[in-house]
Ligand binder design. Structure first.
Ligand code: 4AD
Ligand code: MG
Length: 460
């Protein structure tokens, strides 16, 4: 494989005097007195590398002077200390090869700043902009940090299925997967003749399958795409999103919260240390105070409240909520954000929600009214994590599944885990896009995933 030198690497090492070769895309060209100053970006870092072509290059008039934003090229030259302000080093070109032209009449990305809304209509080009390019790098760094965290903590990664026949959250938000034509879906059992012989769908969570491996391997996690046919057109909901889901045997709610808090703190530390240049961009142009917020989450303990305490705090607040507060309601984003932004000024872990508003698998508390649930709420976002200790007692679980209207015959395998060597176990799901939103300060979840899927929209 040919060794490619990346601009990020050059700017870090600054090997002045060396001849280097890089490939990338033109951001800008400026001409002055027989010289062309080109800003080149190759996606490896936010900064561009300035390269200088002079009229002694054979293709100076024929090609260099026709270069515009978006053209791709390969250049070779000597790295020198830059006499001008704005960059420490620059390249004096010895050769420049144009690889692909970009017609300036039609190329939609110009030097000026474009709105994120406009860029959403350019899913195939927007990753070449500063902000969306930075989001992609932060996203990749966080993804790697998730795997590293679990690896270091002795978790096994398991791959859970994308196509499944069990609706983990029981919320009826599963997309159906079928090989039948629309006209063939008829009768009382329309899926009996379908590919899997029963109704299958895209997973809403890998939890139930992760539980299987937790009960053989102890500490596991899955990190994959999940899908919800949820008609929530908000800045925090996607129909396809990625979820980080650890599952731990011999673990209770307290242990679960400990792992979640440690993971989030570790991810903040990685972002601050490995993505400093990109975070500086977000701090400056997207979310003032971002770096301090991330450092606080890294350094300060999270605040713990039971659901009942949280309701009391909300009831006593002077704030008028659009959605009225009373014991038994599901917390809305406005409540979640109030708790962490106004009350705690830190991430809040809310525990022990009423059993009516949580899924069947959560462990019933001794009071019979609440379950061993925990949601982690963060400023600016609301719910980042949802998790629980799981119901490990066979009788109680079967009763809750029946009450939730599940067909017990189809979930025999899930109940078996409670019949054979059942143990207390717990886990959680962290919405990866919400994490990237939190770390970058990006307002809309559609801008932290390359190809957002939302109601009415899946362009490429
Ligand atoms: O709270 P949720 O629904 O929990 C579960 O699915 C559990 N089975 C997870 C587990 O215990 N293994 O989802 C977990 C997280 C939420 O806290 C939120 O961050 C994110 O997933 N999430 C979404 N993110 C983007 N778009 C959506 N439509 C989301 N729905 C949930
Ligand atoms: Mg939830």
């Amino acid at each position: 494989m040919q060794k490619t030198i990346r601009i990020g690497d050059i700017l870090r090492r600054q090997p002045v005097g060396e001849t280097i070769e890089i490939s990338g895309w033109v951001r800008t060209r400026r001409d002055s007195g027989g010289l062309s100053f080109l800003e080149i970006n190759d996606g490896s870092c936010l900064a561009n590398l300035q390269v200088i072509a002079d009229d002694r290059l054979a293709n100076y008039e024929s090609e260099v002077k026709r270069l515009t934003t978006g053209c791709s090229l390969r250049v070779r030259g000597q790295l020198v200390a830059s006499p001008a302000k704005g960059q420490a080093v620059e390249v004096q070109l010895e050769a420049l090869t144009v690889i692909g032209w970009a017609d300036p009449e039609t190329y939609p990305l110009q030097k000026k700043r474009h709105s994120f809304e406009y860029l959403r209509s350019l899913a195939h080009l927007r990753s070449r902009t500063n902000a969306l390019g930075a989001v992609a790098r932060v996203r990749s760094a966080l993804s790697f940090a998730v795997h590293r965290f679990f690896h270091e903590q002795g978790f096994l990664q398991v791959h859970t299925p994308v196509i499944t026949t069990s609706d983990c959250e029981g919320a009826g938000e599963m997309f159906t997967v079928t090989a039948l034509e629309p006209g063939q879906l008829q009768g009382t059992e329309p899926f009996a003749a379908d590919f899997f012989g029963r109704r299958a769908g895209l997973t809403v969570s890998g939890q139930l399958q992760a539980e299987i491996f937790a009960l053989s391997h102890g500490r596991v996690y899955t990190f994959g795409p999940t899908f919800r046919a949820e008609h929530s057109n908000t800045s925090r909901h996607l129909a396809e999103f990625w979820m980080v889901e650890p599952e731990m045997a011999f673990c209770d709610l307290a242990g679960n919260m400990e792992v979640a808090e440690a993971m989030i703190k570790s991810l903040m530390a990685t972002a601050l240390s490995d993505c400093a240049e990109d975070l500086e961009l977000f701090e400056q142009f997207i979310a003032k105070g971002l770096l301090e917020k991330l450092a606080q989450v890294r350094d300060r303990p999270f605040v713990h409240l039971t659901y009942t305490e949280a309701i009391a705090v909300l009831e006593q607040s002077a704030r008028e909520f659009a959605f009225p507060v009373q014991w038994g309601i599901d917390l809305q984003a406005e409540h979640e954000r109030y708790l962490c932004e106004e009350v705690a000024k830190a991430p809040v872990i809310v525990t022990n929600y009423p059993k009516q508003i949580k899924p069947f698998y959560m462990r019933l508390d001794d009071d019979g009214r609440t379950v061993a649930a925990m949601d982690i709420l963060v400023p600016g976002i609301g719910e980042l994590v949802g998790g629980s200790q799981r119901e490990e007692r066979h009788e109680l679980l079967a009763a809750r599944m029946a009450a939730a209207g599940l067909d017990l015959a189809q979930y025999g395998w899930y109940l078996d885990l409670r019949r054979y060597g059942s143990v207390p176990h717990a886990g959680f799901g962290l919405g990866f896009e919400r994490l990237v939103q939190f770390v970058t300060g990006m307002q809309n979840i559609r801008d932290v995933i390359g190809f957002p899927r939302t109601p009415g929209s899946a362009p490429c």
